[in-house]
Design a protein around this ligand. Structure first.
Ligand SMILES: Cc1cc2nc3c(=O)[nH]c(=O)nc-3n(C[C@H](O)[C@H](O)[C@H](O)COP(=O)(O)O)c2cc1C
Length: 220
């Protein structure tokens, strides 16, 4: 099948686009408002973009209720800081619940039974139980034009300044055993996945010569 985004003529019962780029990591973002109110929300339009230093990105549409920008964006715009928390199988319900709360006066971590851990270099707290926390400073926010206020996205780029990894997920060989905590990812529709040892496999990094043989010398 083929459809054009402008015509939206896929003819399917549900828009398939979010199932077309999967799995997506879930950036569980904590931020604080100017008066210290803690906010937590999941973003599957999220990724890491580089490593020295690492930049991360999350992309937020407008709130369906009031069309305004989401609290995470407003907070980061104001304070210049946020934390990425890795969402895992154990905390899937809390993660999902933090995606529901829209009352800007509520502390979403407290409301969903999550406990805060202090960060070291930024003010927003970390979520206890998450095996990875990335403390981030705002780099830039750009707008992606959408068809309306809800589909217009603010894309928040942050630079990572501090990294926490759970000690019990680091093996004797010094490898971060990411599967131990079953990190969650987002598929399309209502679907999610987790990563564990049963789906992880290795591939050796090869050279072009290993794979394709030595090239013949070019004829002159
Ligand atoms: C797994 C999951 C992934 C989500 N990903 C996004 C996303 O990438 N962008 C977005 O705008 N909203 C996303 N949402 C919805 C937001 O989390 C939700 O609108 C939340 O209330 C925003 O909170 P905030 O206003 O406190 O930032 C997602 C929700 C869930 C449960």
């Amino acid at each position: 099948m083929f459809y054009e985004i402008d015509k939206n003529d896929h003819g399917l019962p549900y828009n398939p686009i979010k199932a077309c780029v999967v799995p997506r990591p879930i950036g569980w973002i904590t931020s604080i408002s100017h008066d210290g109110l803690v906010n937590a929300a999941p973003y599957s339009f999220f990724n890491i973009l580089s490593y020295a230093p690492p930049y991360v990105v999350f992309s937020a549409g407008g709130h369906a209720e009031d069309q305004k920008e989401k609290d995470s964006v407003a907070n980061v715009r104001l304070t210049g800081e946020f934390v990425y928390n890795m969402a895992t199988w154990n905390q899937r319900e809390q993660m999902n619940n933090t995606g529901l709360i829209v009352d800007r006066k509520l502390n979403e971590m407290a409301e969903t039974g999550l406990r805060p851990l202090p960060s070291k270099l930024v003010a927003p707290p970390r979520i206890e139980g998450a095996p990875v926390h990335l403390e981030c400073k705002l780099h830039e926010i750009i707008d992606l034009p959408g068809h309306d206020a809800v589909s217009t996205h603010q894309v928040v780029f942050g630079v990572v300044v501090g990294v926490h990894i759970a000690n019990d997920a680091i093996t004797d060989e010094g490898i971060f055993d990411v599967a131990r905590y079953k990190p969650l990812s987002r598929l399309g529709y209502k679907d999610y996945a987790w990563t564990d040892d049963s789906v992880i496999f290795q591939m050796e990094k090869r050279t072009p010569e290993d794979t394709f043989g030595k090239p013949e010398p070019a004829e002159i």
